[in-house]
Ligand binder design. Structure first.
Ligand code: NI
Length: 302
């Protein structure tokens, strides 16, 4: 498929390399996202290979069906599959909090979340892995990527996963004016509605950056609770699939929200073994809205 970002690829890649050369722990907000997209567009180009941004062995990771696991039936919800036009998430009124990095819930439930996609190759691979295990997850999508791959968004929704708003261009929202934040959130929301006819229920700010004041007005205007995470494997630093999996397993807990990125080959590579280990430990997988709903339905004593 022709990638409209291809003409920009080398230019963005150069900017990203300069940013990386400063020794910063993270690429700048523009260049990290641009770098990811550029690396994707340069997948067939030798320049991208030594940087580890693409994984030539990605296709060697096979998905084994794990038919023993069953998608959990959530109390008060007739179906585990997200409805096409979802109601606002419950349990997120101002009085019960509008920011969540984990919840207290009555069982060993966990929410897998995947940010920054969709990716043309890694997201479909991940969807196969999830389908083979009857696992439903939540994808925090970037509007520009939604516009590039609307078919993958439709597939993600059709397979029962939840979609969240991760802004239009992945900027650090805490540094933006309210009007700029509105443009970011509305742009992404509109892209998701155009692509798959669903409205996101929650949002995750890029880099976790959203002030309390912003969280409050975003919740009031969009109905989005701000979703952070309880486990961050730092997969975007490419520590290797085994390390990513170890970090997720080490951080997993009941009511937890696992952050990772399905735009990185290593992250997707680690998923079959990581998901199977979580299943073996008795975890049940729910979407973020399901997790929040369980908090309200049956709050556990902490
Ligand atoms: Ni992100």
């Amino acid at each position: 498929m022709e990638n409209p970002l291809h003409p920009l690829g080398h230019q963005v890649l150069s900017a990203a390399l300069e940013a990386n050369g400063t020794g910063s722990a993270s690429l700048s907000r523009m260049s990290r996202r641009g770098f990811i997209l550029a690396a994707g567009s340069l997948a067939g180009c030798a320049v991208a290979q030594p940087l580890g941004m693409t994984n030539p062995n990605a296709e060697s990771v096979r998905t084994q069906a794990n038919t023993a696991y069953r998608t959990p039936v959530i109390p008060g919800q007739s179906t585990p599959v997200a409805p096409v036009t979802p109601p606002p998430a419950t349990g997120t009124s101002p009085s019960s909090g509008i920011t969540f990095s984990r919840v207290q819930c009555p069982g060993k439930y966990i929410a897998m979340t995947y940010d920054d996609g969709p990716h043309s190759q890694h997201t479909p691979r991940l969807l196969e892995m999830l389908k083979a295990r009857n696992i439903k997850a939540t994808f925090y999508l970037v509007g520009t990527a939604v516009n590039l791959y609307p078919g993958i968004v439709r597939r993600t929704v059709a397979e029962g996963h939840e979609i969240g708003n991760h802004s239009q261009t992945h900027r650090l929202l805490s540094k933006l004016s309210d009007d700029e934040v509105r443009k970011e959130l509305t742009g992404c929301q509109d892209a998701i509605i155009r692509a798959a006819n669903v409205k996101p229920r929650t949002m995750r700010p890029p880099y976790g950056g959203l002030t309390q004041r912003q969280r409050e007005w975003v919740h009031a205007e969009y109905g989005y609770p701000t979703i952070l995470w309880s486990v961050d494997p730092l997969d975007w630093k490419h520590p290797g699939a085994a390390v990513i999996g170890q970090r997720i397993l080490a951080g997993a807990s009941a009511g937890g929200i696992v952050l990772s990125h399905d735009i990185h080959g290593q992250t997707v590579d680690c998923m079959p073994a990581t998901l199977d280990a979580l299943i073996a430990q008795g975890y049940q997988f729910v979407t973020v809205s399901q997790l929040l709903a369980m908090k309200t339905a049956a709050p556990a004593k902490s």
